[in-house]
Design a protein around this ligand. Structure first.
Ligand SMILES: [Zn+2]
Length: 170
C-alpha cells in the first residue's frame, strides 16, 4: 500500500533524478556516450582552433554576424568542423536574420538533439551525430516545410562547394 511517506520519498527521488538529468544535458558531449569519432580533451584542443573548441566541445556560441558561412550562397554541403561529417545541404539554408547560418532541416541521421536548460532557457541543443560536437540549437520558428530553424554556429561548420558543372561545347 502506498503511504504518504513512500510517496514523498518517491517524489524526492524523482526530483533528484530530474535535476541530475538537467545537469547532464547542459554539456555538449557527454562522457558516458560513445560516438564514432572520439578524442581526448587534449587531442580536441590540438585538432581544433580555440574558437572551434569553445563551440564544439564547450557549447559556446559565436558572436552573431561573424561567420563567413552566413553569406555562403553556393550549392554544396556544410559539414562538421570536428569530424567532417556531412550535416546540412545548401538547399535547406535560409536567411533567418539572426546572424547565424540557419537551415530548415539537417541531412538524414546527421545530428542529434539534447534538452538544454543552460542560461535559464529551455532550448534544444544540436550535436553532431558522429563526434558529439555542439553545433547550435534548433527552434520551432523556421520556414516551411518543416517549420524548424537549425541555428548553427558557423565556426562549427565547414563548407564544400558542389562540383562545378562544366558545359561541354556541343
Ligand atoms: Zn562531428
Amino acid at each position: 500500500m502506498l503511504t504518504k511517506r513512500t510517496l514523498l520519498a518517491g517524489i524526492a527521488v524523482g526530483s533528484a533524478t530530474f535535476a541530475a538529468l538537467r545537469l547532464r544535458t547542459t554539456t555538449a558531449a557527454r562522457a558516458d556516450e560513445t560516438f564514432e569519432v572520439t578524442h581526448s580533451d587534449a587531442e580536441w584542443r590540438k585538432l581544433l582552433t580555440p574558437v572551434q573548441y569553445a563551440v564544439l566541445r564547450q557549447a559556446d556560441t559565436e558572436r552573431p554576424f561573424t561567420s563567413e558561412l552566413l553569406h555562403e550562397t553556393r550549392r554544396g554541403i556544410f559539414g562538421c568542423a570536428g569530424c567532417a561529417r556531412d550535416l546540412f545541404s545548401s538547399e535547406t539554408k535560409f536567411d533567418s536574420g539572426t546572424g547565424w547560418p540557419s537551415f530548415w532541416t539537417p541531412l538524414d541521421h546527421a545530428v542529434g538533439t539534447i534538452a538544454d536548460s543552460s542560461f535559464g532557457m529551455t532550448r534544444t541543443a544540436v550535436p553532431c551525430a558522429r563526434c558529439g560536437g555542439h553545433l547550435g540549437h534548433v527552434f520551432d520558428d523556421g520556414p516551411k516545410p518543416t517549420g524548424l530553424r537549425y541555428c548553427m554556429n558557423g565556426v562549427a561548420l565547414t563548407f564544400k562547394p558542389a562540383a562545378v558543372q562544366t558545359r561541354n561545347p556541343a
